[in-house]
Design a protein around this ligand. Structure first.
Ligand SMILES: Nc1nc2c(ncn2[C@@H]2O[C@H](COP(=O)(O)OP(=O)(O)OP(=O)(O)O)[C@@H](O)[C@H]2O)c(=O)[nH]1
Ligand SMILES: [Mg+2]
Length: 231
């Protein structure tokens, strides 16, 4: 199975300097056969960083994290896509873990920050607002859409892999930060095989978030509502 690792960035030069050197070159053992960056219009030297290292870049004509996913599905020839955000949140050590699940027949593989054995970046805090909100979105998605398989504990995490076959079934169209939630809800609706494994979430190593919590949360609620209304 040919798997393409997709690095998702918008103005992440500082993070890339720390994280990119930790990403092994493509190989069977690394967990992917190809590496491509999908960039949402960086102006901070991210594109120069890639160019200096000979990394293939797909530039977006429209901004948005979901847009990057849709471009990968449209423009890349691969059996599966593994998405990685090189800002420190996602553990490089997990990159080789996706392949065995995909090759065993999973349609969607999610690194979960919520299941037993996982660590969420808020777990050391008493108030875990983001985690609680995410668990609310998880509960609703499972109650409303899940047809088979285990309870999905992290329906919105971006650290995930999906087969090309599944993308053709799901016909995703979210262009913003709701892309992963839409992907999980539709995979549930279609009864696809979703597998999770536990991951340890790290802190962003530099720069700033592009996803303010409250605004993004409202978008998730709207997306849930939309998915509930369509078949
Ligand atoms: N290709 C692409 N990537 C994007 C876009 N917007 C954000 N990203 C990347 O998506 C990843 C996740 O975005 P973040 O802003 O870190 O969101 P977050 O992980 O919820 O927030 P933090 O907790 O601060 O890390 C980062 O690697 C961003 O650079 C976009 O329009 N296009
Ligand atoms: Mg992040």
């Amino acid at each position: 199975m040919h798997i393409t690792l997709c690095l998702l960035t918008r103005n992440e030069r500082e993070c890339l300097e720390k994280i990119y050197p930790l990403i092994p070159p493509p190989s069977r053992e690394a967990g992917y056969d190809d590496l491509v960056a999908i960039d949402g219009g960086s102006t901070d030297g991210t594109l120069e960083f890639y160019k200096e290292r000979g990394v293939r870049v797909i530039g977006q004509s429209r901004r948005g994290r979901g847009e990057a996913f849709l471009l990968a599905f449209r423009d890349l020839q691969s059996d599966a896509f593994l998405f990685f955000s090189p800002d420190g949140n996602e553990d490089v050590a997990d990159l080789p873990k996706f392949r065995k699940h995909l090759e065993a027949g999973a349609d969607l593989v999610i690194a979960s920050r919520m299941m037993k054995g996982a660590v969420n970046e808020e777990d050391h805090q008493v108030l875990r607002m983001r985690k609680w909100a995410n668990n609310g979105f998880n509960l609703l998605a499972n109650l409303m859409f899940r047809k088979q398989g285990p309870y999905i504990t992290d329906s919105i995490n971006g650290y995930r892999a999906i087969t090309a076959r599944a993308t053709r079934i799901l016909q995703l169209d979210s262009r913003d930060y709701t892309i992963e939630y839409q992907m999980t809800m539709r995979a549930m609706k279609h009864g696809l095989n979703i597998i999770e494994f536990p991951t340890v979430e790290g802190q962003r190593v530099a720069g700033e978030t592009g996803a303010p919590s409250v605004g993004t949360g409202l978008r998730f609620i709207r997306k849930l509502w939309t998915e509930a209304r369509i078949k």
